[in-house]
Design a protein around this ligand. Structure first.
Ligand SMILES: NC(=O)c1ccc[n+]([C@@H]2O[C@H](COP(=O)([O-])OP(=O)(O)OC[C@H]3O[C@@H](n4cnc5c(N)ncnc54)[C@H](O)[C@@H]3O)[C@@H](O)[C@H]2O)c1
Length: 277
């Protein structure tokens, strides 16, 4: 059901790759809620992904860009403001990649060139986008910028590797830039910390199946899906959350505040049956 929450709002959505991507679901929902937006991803992703299909569905233009490249980012804002004949109201940063994870380098044997890339792609790109938007005065007052994070920024989860460091930096950037953008232009900057989700990026995480099963059992409300994450993003882009800024907002069925659940305790005890006597 649509509520017209984003009627008249314009935006940029980074990171839709295929129909499993969280950004893809956000684009679908934003379109349903009356928003207009441009879509962007890397030239490689555009070749392998299915973004044309989404663009057609949402009546959006695609602007290819590497989110680590300042000239590309400036071009996205320039073109988007030309298309909409003015400033925008929301941005989704839904970007993450680690070559250490891809190449199976473990955390105590990191390749530091890969680490620099992880941080640049998954976190510093957020700063670059905010900095360019601010300098180009591209966002209307009371606009909203959201990036997607993960609980590994606060707690150690086996296998998340250097992406945990990237997410910590991402969340810190949201706070630091959120202060400046809020103070100067009344613009909100937040991160949403989403449950593990079976997407292309998600399936790269070591032991994702077991992890998803574990967090689903531990969370009183179960894991949040990509579509549910999209719904939450829409509320943050809407005028209903005008005073929410500089926050890392957990969207994980309660997982981040759990220690031990009845289900997990039962399974744990079962695993030691016989041994305990
Ligand atoms: N899937 C999960 O379990 C999960 C959980 C919490 C948070 N997140 C975060 O959600 C966001 C979206 O991931 P997803 O799960 O939808 O996976 P996804 O693979 O569909 O999206 C990741 C996107 O990042 C893009 N990207 C990579 N390098 C880029 C670059 N240099 N410039 C521009 N774009 C680039 C990819 O092309 C892709 O579209 C990421 O920040 C991810 O860390 C995912």
């Amino acid at each position: 059901m649509a509520y017209n929450l984003l009627k008249g709002k314009k935006g940029i959505i980074f990171g839709a790759l295929d129909n499993k991507s969280i950004a893809w679901k956000v684009a679908e929902k934003a379109h349903e809620e009356g928003a207009e937006f441009t879509l962007t991803n890397t030239p490689v992703a555009l070749r392998f992904g299915e973004l044309d299909e989404l663009a057609k569905m949402c009546n959006s233009e695609i602007i290819p860009a590497d989110a680590t490249n300042m000239a590309d980012i400036e071009n996205i804002f320039k073109k988007t403001m030309e298309i909409f004949d003015g400033k925008i109201d929301f941005i989704l940063h839904s970007i993450g990649m680690s070559l250490n994870v891809r190449k199976k380098k473990v955390y105590n044997d990191l390749n530091y060139d890969f680490l620099k890339k992880t941080l640049d792609i998954s976190a510093i790109s957020f700063h670059k986008i905010l900095q360019v938007a601010n300098k180009m005065d591209a966002i209307n007052d009371w606009g909203s910028v959201v990036a997607l994070s993960y609980v590994a920024a606060q707690r150690t989860l086996f296998g998340y590797n250097d992406m945990a460091d990237a997410k910590s930096l991402l969340e810190s950037i949201a706070r630091s830039f959120g202060y400046i953008y809020g103070r100067d232009k009344k613009i909100r900057v937040n991160t949403i910390s989403q449950s593990p989700t079976m997407t292309t990026a998600g399936s790269g995480v070591k032991g994702i199946d077991g992890l998803m099963d574990f967090t689903d059992r531990m969370s009183p409300l179960g894991n949040a899906t990509a579509e549910e994450c999209a719904n939450y993003c829409i509320t943050l882009f809407s005028d209903l959350t005008k005073k929410v800024t500089m926050q890392n907002l957990f969207h994980d069925g309660g997982f981040s505040n759990m220690g031990m659940s009845l289900k997990a305790m039962t399974m744990y005890n079962k695993a030691f049956e016989g041994e305990l006597d």
